[in-house]
Design a protein around this ligand. Structure first.
Ligand SMILES: C[C@@H](C(=O)O)C(=O)SCCNC(=O)CCNC(=O)[C@H](O)C(C)(C)COP(=O)(O)OP(=O)(O)OC[C@H]1O[C@@H](n2cnc3c(N)ncnc32)[C@H](O)[C@@H]1OP(=O)(O)O
Ligand SMILES: [Co+2]
Length: 134
């Protein structure tokens, strides 16, 4: 069901210093930040030859990453995003197998303009999984 690794997301307490570290220290191709109010985060994409890194920072008081950053004040790996061909078929198969889909179960449009869903980290060895339909 899952295909390519679309991105690895890292929650960061300071977007500007994280961008500078990837751009200057690690020499990566770092894009400009953009707000995703539907998701409660500000996002910066970093393009690597084989995948992307997504720096995420809370946007608004009820950001879904607030608790994570409170527990991990230096930041940390927040989720992995895997590509799927049909997100509704993937969702229904996951639910049938007992996995918990977060939110109301309906895909939202993600940072690439494509439908995304999240799966509960407690069902996947402590890893929050994002699915993106490509
Ligand atoms: C724009 C977009 C895109 O790429 O297109 C994005 O990625 S948006 C990316 C941001 N959006 C999302 O993350 C949406 C989906 N996420 C959520 O709904 C939430 O963040 C949850 C995953 C339900 C966690 O919510 P919250 O932190 O408020 O709950 P909580 O503190 O009670 O956590 C419940 C348990 O899960 C653990 N936990 C929480 N976040 C975790 C994470 N990222 N990875 C691994 N474990 C995690 C906590 O430590 C806790 O375990 P213990 O009980 O053992 O302490
Ligand atoms: Co993501």
């Amino acid at each position: 069901m899952i295909g390519r690794l679309n991105h690895v997301a890292i929650a960061v307490p300071d977007l500007n210093s994280a961008m500078a570290m990837y751009r200057e220290t690690l020499g990566a191709d770092v894009a400009e930040p953009f707000d995703q109010p539907e998701h409660g985060v500000t996002v910066v994409f970093i393009t690597l030859p084989n995948t992307k890194i997504e720096l995420i920072h809370p946007l608004g008081d009820d950001s879904p990453i607030n608790n994570f950053l409170a527990k991990n004040p230096d930041g940390g790996i927040h989720h992995m995003c895997y590509e799927v061909g049909d997100i509704i078929a993937a969702r229904d198969q996951l639910i049938a197998n007992g996995a918990r889909v977060l939110g109301n179960g309906e895909p939202k449009i993600g940072a690439h303009g494509k439908p995304v869903l999240f799966l509960h980290p407690k069902d996947f060895n402590g890893t929050l999984i994002e699915l993106e339909q490509v």
